[in-house]
Ligand binder design. Structure first.
Ligand code: ZN
Length: 612
């Protein structure tokens, strides 16, 4: 997952404003006694698009006359926020032999039945979909299009998630069905999967969808587009082919026989960004982006494509097989998201989409963000991964983003490995080793598995370095190592107005913003503002804060956690913002420039047999 950037390659006033008040408006065993079910067949039917409702029918035949729990997931892989999925489920019924089965509803996300063995059960429910937008986490139906994400639409039988299943889409006349799932031969609009995890991780676009695809070295790259003029799919396919080719060179393989970028162009509806899936990614961008294929949008696509390996095929424990019933904690989101984001610009340089200067600007932006974040001195990379569920922002915890911290950790890993191996190895050797060790087995890598592989690649001492980078709040300073490969750093200091309030609008309806974090010792904390409160009139307040100068006093209106109105008067304090700007040193040697080119991704390619 990645929220799209609005300040792609440099620090400007918008970034300063975002720092002052970081509003995330930018821009995943059989239970004892359970009746075994060999497979589940789903039918998803849209009878009347204007109703914005879809009907899901599950058919399965239990092996035993025991209780069965049918559940709707509480979260979607890649978006580490608990969702109120049961709120969209209505009209649940179950029957066998035409007779209704008694339904229990023990928890909001669970419905229980006790069918007779050996006879087909029909379990049916209706999903209330979004009527605005093109869908992302939740299903959406408009006049001529529907988006059907698996985890918020398809229920699963508890304990049976790893059994084969299939889905048939019944759509209005003339609608196309586009799904990255495996088509069932000879059955129109039907797809099958080896498990619920697979089935649910392939969202479908139905209706007016433009498709362009190409076969490249025996694998198919597809682009589907909704919300943009005809010809957009081919334009994006042309651009994304460069990203695809760079990725297959970098990883030494294609991630799947068929991979689809599911693009949607829409008006602003809370965020723009992307979400990775097993063999596809869903990318939501502004309408104006459809005709541009900008470097920042392609960087976002590169991030999501890298997830096809890093998260989907190299994954930490907990991220598959999935437990959809609870918040699954992993200490490695800094790796899954931050290192993915660290690798994305390298892919773009390799693809010819970004230059070496763009790459250094990307690094500069990330180092500036981390260096100016007080939370980097109070929260570790591991803590912001494990505790993300408490912040409800899918970004991090305690004001620290695992995207940003993980990116800089990735840079340090890369530089340390390069330094210890005279430039012969890099972070890519860690990725390739993990790919070889875990992709083929399909198993998750163990706790601290990245540390072990880094030590194997770079030699003794890397474990201690990884400990420091990931599990301490020690200051990270990559500048000396960057200097060693011919990079010069300059910068400037500027006092900016500071409030110390971190807000999130992703899950706050209306003109409100959730206070996800308050920096220690900041004006916001001293005024009494606390995490869990909600800012009222967020747009105007955010603008007022962004435009306020040092010493300005503002009164901000909030709701407390129990919904009571309150207000606080805050005075903007000075904060010394240090901007870091990296460039190629005028005195860089040819050897240093070559090392820098390799770091940036120039000529990035996995050697085949020799590297393995
Ligand atoms: Zn991501």
């Amino acid at each position: 997952m990645l929220l799209a950037r609005r300040t792609p390659s440099h620090i400007d006033l918008k970034t300063l404003a975002r720092f002052v008040v970081a509003i995330l408006c930018v821009a995943c065993t059989l239970l004892p006694g359970a009746a075994a079910v060999p497979s589940v067949a789903y039918t998803v039917a849209i009878a009347k698009p204007s109703s914005a409702m879809l009907t899901v029918t599950m058919t399965f035949t239990p092996d035993a006359s025991d209780s069965i729990d049918v559940c709707i997931p509480k979260w979607s892989p890649g978006w580490y926020v608990l969702l109120d999925t049961p709120a969209n489920i209505t009209g649940v019924t179950a029957s066998q032999d035409g007779a209704p089965l008694t339904l229990a509803h023990p928890t909001p996300a669970t419905w229980s039945i006790k069918p007779t063995a050996g006879k087909p059960v029909t379990f049916q429910y209706t999903v209330k979909t979004e009527t605005k937008g093109l869908g992302f986490f939740h299903a959406a139906i408009s006049e001529n299009h529907a988006f059907i994400p698996g985890t918020t639409t398809l229920m699963y039988i508890k304990g049976e998630e790893q059994k084969p299943c299939s889905v048939l889409y019944k759509v209005p006349m003339g609608w196309q069905v586009s799904s990255p799932n495996h088509p069932v031969p000879g059955v129109r609009n039907a797809f099958d999967a080896p498990s619920y995890d697979h089935l649910a991780d392939h969202p479908a676009d139905l209706g007016a969808v433009e498709l362009a695809e190409d076969t490249i070295e025996g694998k198919t790259l597809a682009v589907t587009v909704v919300g943009a003029p005809t010809g957009t799919a081919q334009r994006w396919l042309n651009a994304l082919t460069r990203v695809w080719n760079a990725s297959t060179r970098a990883f030494g393989e294609a991630p799947a026989n068929r991979y689809t970028f599911q693009l949607r162009f829409s008006d602003y509806d809370g965020f723009y960004g992307g979400l990775e899936h097993l063999d596809s990614s869903v990318i939501r961008l502004p309408r104006a982006s459809a005709s541009k294929t900008s470097a920042s949008d392609l960087r976002l696509c590169a991030h999501e494509l890298i997830h096809a390996w890093l998260v989907k095929r190299i994954r930490p424990q907990g991220l598959g097989p999935f437990d959809y019933s609870t918040a699954v904690q992993t200490p490695d989101l800094w790796f899954c998201e931050g290192v993915t984001d660290y690798l994305a610009p390298k892919l773009c340089v390799s693809a010819g989409i970004m230059t070496r200067s763009d790459y250094l600007a990307d690094l500069s932006e990330q180092l500036t963000e981390l260096g100016n974040n007080p939370a980097s001195r109070s929260v570790t990379a591991e803590q912001c991964s494990l505790r993300v569920w408490e912040a409800s922002n899918s970004q991090g915890y305690g004001g620290l983003s695992y995207y940003n911290k993980g990116y800089v950790v990735g840079l340090m890993m890369d530089l340390e490995i390069g330094n210890r191996t005279a430039g012969k190895k890099s972070i890519w050797d860690v990725i390739w080793r993990l790919l070889d060790d875990y992709r083929m087995t399909g198993k998750a890598y163990p706790v601290r598995g990245v540390d072990s592989v880094a030590e194997t690649v770079a030699g003794q001492g890397m474990r201690q370095i990884m400990d420091s980078l990931v599990r301490t709040i020690d200051l990270i300073d990559p500048l000396p190592l960057l200097e060693g490969i011919g990079v010069a750093a300059s910068g400037r200091k500027q006092d900016v107005p500071y409030l110390g309030l971190v807000l999130d609008t992703n899950h706050t309806p209306g003109d409100k913003a959730f206070v996800s974090f308050v920096h220690k010792g900041s004006p916001a904390e001293m005024a009494g503002i606390r995490p869990g409160m909600t800012l009222i009139g967020a747009a105007a307040s955010g603008m007022a804060v962004a435009n306020a100068s040092i010493g300005t006093t503002l009164t901000l209106r909030f709701e407390t956690e129990d919904g009571k109105p309150t207000s606080f008067t805050v005075t903007m304090a000075p904060f010394t913002f240090r901007t870091i700007k990296l460039s190629v040193s005028p005195s860089a040697t040819a050897e240093q420039k070559e090392r820098l080119n390799v770091l940036a991704g120039v000529g990035l390619r996995r050697a085949t047999a020799a590297a393995k």
